[in-house]
Design a protein around this ligand. Structure first.
Ligand SMILES: [Ca+2]
Ligand SMILES: [Ca+2]
Ligand SMILES: [Ca+2]
Length: 302
C-alpha cells in the first residue's frame, strides 16, 4: 500500500489591494515590509508525522492502514478490555507468539535541517498489557535510518514493559543524526500467555517542527478584462534565511483588508508565482488578496 499526502504550512503574505472600476485598476501593497509576518505567534509549526498513530482509521482488508505487519499477520483494532487510551481503538497483535508492527516515516524533505544537526523529533506513545500471569510484553523501538534504510544511525529502545493496570506513557526526544532519511517506529509484542498476544499500543505520535518560508514579496496586479492577474517574487528562503523549495502558493480573496485566510476564501492554488483569477475584477468593486507560500512536507506511508 502506498499513499502520499501533504501537510501545509501557511505563511502570510503579500497583501494586495485592488480596485476595479471600468478598465481601471489600482494595486498597491498595503502592508509595509515589517508588517509582513507569519500568520501566527511563531515562525515554527509543529508537524505530526505518524499516520494513523491512534489506530482509529478503519481497517482495510482486515489490516491496519499505514502500518506494516513485520511479524505476525493478525494485527487489528481492539476497543475494550481494557479501554483505549485515546479514541475508540488501539493496536492489538491478535493471535501470535511474536508480533511486530512498523511504520516508516520519510523525513527526506527535512534533509537540510537534519544534516545541519538542528532537526529534533519528539516521539510519544502508550503501552499496556492484559492482566494475566505471566503477562504479555510490549516494546517500542525507533530507528533513525539512512536513505536506503541499511544503517541505523540512532535508535530509541523503550525497554520491555508489562504494565496492566493503566496505560504507560513512553517518550523520546532527540535530534536526528545527519543522514537520517527515515524514522522507523516498531511495535514489538511478545506473548507469554494464552493464544492472544496482549501487548497493546495507543496514541502514538512523532512530531517535529519546521521553519516557515518567508512571505511572498513584490506582489503586482494586472487587469485583463474581468480577470485579475497577480504575480510575485518566487520565495526561496525560510525565515532563518535557509533555502527552501516552495511548490505551492495559496491565493485568498476577501472584501476587507483584515480578512482571515481559510478554505472559504481560497481563490486559487498555483505552483508558480503567478495566478489569473477569472472574473474577479468584474464581480466586485473592491477586492483584497493575500498570498501565502506553502511549504509542503510530503512523505510516503508504507
Ligand atoms: Ca486510539
Ligand atoms: Ca493481517
Ligand atoms: Ca495473552
Amino acid at each position: 500500500m502506498s499513499r502520499s499526502f501533504f501537510c501545509f504550512i501557511f505563511l502570510m503574505l503579500g497583501f494586495l489591494y485592488a480596485q476595479a472600476g471600468g478598465d481601471q485598476i489600482v494595486g498597491s501593497l498595503l502592508v509595509d515590509p515589517e508588517g509582513i509576518q507569519a500568520d501566527g505567534p511563531s515562525s515554527r509549526a509543529i508537524l505530526e508525522l505518524l499516520v494513523n498513530g491512534s489506530c482509529e482509521e478503519p481497517l482495510q482488508d482486515g489490516n491496519i492502514p499505514f502500518w506494516t505487519e513485520v511479524v505476525g499477520s493478525n494485527w487489528t483494532q481492539r476497543s475494550a478490555n481494557p479501554s483505549p487510551q485515546e479514541g475508540l481503538y488501539y493496536f492489538f497483535p491478535g493471535v501470535a507468539v511474536n508480533a511486530e508492527l512498523a511504520q516508516d516515516v520519510d523525513v527526506t524533505d527535512l534533509w537540510y535541517y537534519i544534516d545541519g544537526g538542528s532537526q529534533e523529533f519528539e516521539f510519544s506513545g502508550y503501552v499496556r498489557s492484559y492482566p494475566q500471569s505471566p503477562v504479555d510484553r510490549t516494546l517500542i523501538v525507533l530507528e533513525y535510518l539512512n536513505a536506503d534504510k541499511t544503517v541505523v544511525l540512532s535508535s530509541y529502545d523503550s525497554g520491555i514493559h508489562t504494565n496492566t493496570s493503566e496505560w504507560l506513557l513512553l517518550s523520546d526526544t532527540r535530534i536526528a543524526p545527519a543522514g537520517t532519511r527515515f524514522i522507523r517506529i516498531r511495535l514489538i509484542s511478545t506473548r507469554t500467555n494464552g493464544s492472544n498476544n496482549d501487548g497493546y499500543y495507543d496514541n502514538l505520535s512523532l512530531k517535529t517542527d519546521i521553519i516557515l518560508p518567508l512571505a511572498p514579496q513584490n506582489v503586482s496586479i494586472e487587469l485583463a478584462s474581468n480577470d485579475v492577474i497577480l504575480s510575485w517574487d518566487e520565495v526561496t528562503q525560510d525565515e532563518l534565511g535557509d533555502p527552501v523549495d516552495i511548490n505551492q502558493y495559496n491565493v485568498y480573496a476577501g472584501e476587507v483588508p483584515e480578512f482571515t485566510c481559510g478554505p472559504d476564501n481560497l481563490a486559487g492554488t498555483v505552483a508558480i508565482p503567478e495566478i489569473t483569477l477569472y472574473g474577479q475584477a468584474g464581480s466586485y468593486a473592491r477586492r483584497f488578496f493575500k498570498i501565502t507560500a506553502v511549504r509542503t512536507f510530503s512523505r510516503i506511508a508504507p
